[in-house]
Design a protein around this ligand. Structure first.
Ligand SMILES: [Zn+2]
Length: 481
């Protein structure tokens, strides 16, 4: 109770302080002149229409994974590139599991920039989608939406990247670096595509920077009327475990303490009872500050100060599961293994744990911590997979170019860095020293967001048209000679 009183007091004191306290919105520095002079070398009305056509066709190619068949998608991209005289190759890691690599040559003054996407999409229950707007329809409805599995995740950005290559080629822009299109297989299952490309064809990528899926623009995220682009700069790591409890087998009719199922339940309860303090990633302070500077007033005052973000914003974030997941090392029970007979107490029963690890925590240290918390020598942990979190700085020209072109000089549109609770192929690229950013230049409502892996995945024509221009200009800003 006392803390509420203290908070109320602090709040009112701050309200007084905040009167007349305004900071101007964050603005990225202007794009370099050598890039800007190419901005209007494109007929944007025609380019927008063409991008819509390409995306609709791409959505009609069945690359649902499993089984994937990504070579089909790569071949469609190849057809578009070949028409423009852009060289490309398709490299398969298994029959039908193709990855495409295409390149626009630059002078080599800077290392290449990679435009990365995955060709595969997740499964879709076609009969549950609206009639005529199915997952492989690429349908354009009368409200200006393009429908299909992958519209958001992520044939949408894939089509924008493809068209960026085409438009750069047509405009004969002299480049100071190679721009490399990398479209890969199998991201939705095991990331075999990007791993294969990195292991076997890294010499064709060699990029210092990349853009891939990750953040996007969300309308009314925190404040009505404000659109916030989260550009992901960091992704949590992975620790996948099988936790097995051991005990004496027995008959189900007679409860005896210390049997395996009971031990497993106790272990899970202990893991769920962990009470870590939230850890705020530095990107959250930066994003909050940018949002605050746009909002101004009292909210702005709070959002631009770390101590006040800790005091007032973190609690609010805890109410949203995805936001909360960025504040903790998480442990999620995702399955069980054991015998099925109702009257037999097995000697072994297991839980599968999907743990996600914040930047700054080594996955192996989390494993040690979990073992300590469980504190039962009859409960063992088997490591299924592990990958550390990683991150890229946002103090970077390409990050600034993405943010600048997302905002595009508009009021109440903000772009800032973010930590993603899940991981993408960017995690593998950062291991090669790439500064990898997650940025889809679409602005969506919370409702449209549900289309990700859902039954009504769609993207508006307006987003595709504005998005292709934003991406093209961001690439130009860091690549024009
Ligand atoms: Zn994706």
């Amino acid at each position: 109770m006392w803390s509420l009183v203290v908070r109320a007091f602090v709040l009112s004191a701050l309200a007084i302080l905040a009167l007349g306290c305004g900071a101007s919105p964050h603005r990225e520095p202007e794009a370099p002149a050598n890039a800007r002079r190419h901005y209007d070398g494109v007929d944007w009305a025609a380019a927008g229409d063409e991008t819509v056509r390409v995306l609709r066709e791409y959505l009609q190619v069945d690359t649902i994974n499993p089984p994937g068949n990504e070579t089909r998608g790569a071949e469609l991209m190849g057809k578009v590139l070949a028409k423009e005289g852009i060289p490309y190759e398709i490299v398969e890691y298994a029959p039908g599991r193709g990855n495409l690599i295409a390149r626009l040559k630059g002078s080599g003054r800077e290392r290449p920039l990679c435009l990365v996407s995955h060709i595969d999409v997740v499964t879709a229950e076609a009969d549950k989608w609206p009639k005529g707007k199915g997952p492989l329809s690429g349908a354009l409805d009368d409200k200006g939406y393009i429908w299909g599995r992958g519209a958001l995740d992520m044939k949408g950005l894939g089509a924008l990247e493809l068209m960026t290559m085409v438009l750069l080629k047509r405009a004969h822009v002299p480049l100071k670096r190679d721009v490399v299109l990398v479209a890969v297989a199998a991201e939705e299952t095991d990331s075999r595509g990007i791993q294969f490309v990195i292991e076997n064809h890294w010499d064709k990528l060699g990029c210092s920077h990349s853009v891939n899926e990750g953040g996007l623009g969300i309308k009314d995220l925190l404040v009505e009327g404000q659109t916030v682009y989260t550009i992901s700069v960091a992704e949590k790591g992975v620790l996948w475990l099988k936790m097995t409890a051991h005990g004496e087998a027995g008959h189900g009719s007679t409860p005896v303490p210390g049997r395996a199922p009971e031990r497993l339940l106790r272990a899970i309860a202990k893991l769920e009872g962990r009470d870590d303090p939230p850890v705020v990633h530095p990107s959250l302070y930066e994003l909050a500050s940018r949002i605050g500077r746009d909002v101004g007033g009292f909210k702005g005052f709070v959002l631009t100060r770390r101590s006040l973000v800790n005091m007032f914003v973190v609690d609010k974030l805890m109410e949203s599961p995805p936001a909360k997941a960025t504040l903790f090392n998480t442990v999620n029970v995702t399955g069980f293994e054991g015998r099925k007979e109702p009257n037999v107490i097995p000697s072994e029963v297991s839980a599968i744990l999907d743990c996600r690890v914040l930047p700054g925590t080594r996955p192996i240290d989390l494993l040690v911590e979990l073992r300590d918390i469980v504190g039962d020598e009859n409960v063992s942990f088997e490591l299924l997979d592990l990958m550390a979190a990683n991150e890229s700085t946002w103090d970077d020209p390409f990050f600034r170019a993405l943010a600048r072109n997302a905002v595009d000089g508009r009021d109440h549109v903000v772009a800032g860095p973010a930590l993603s609770p899940g991981y993408t192929d960017s995690l593998y690229l950062r291991l090669k020293g790439v500064r990898a950013y997650g940025f889809v230049p679409f602005e969506v409502t919370q409702e449209e967001m549900r289309g990700f892996h859902g039954r009504d995945e769609r993207v508006s024509v307006d987003n595709v048209k504005r998005g292709v221009r934003a991406l093209y200009r961001a690439v130009l800003d860091v690549s024009a000679e």
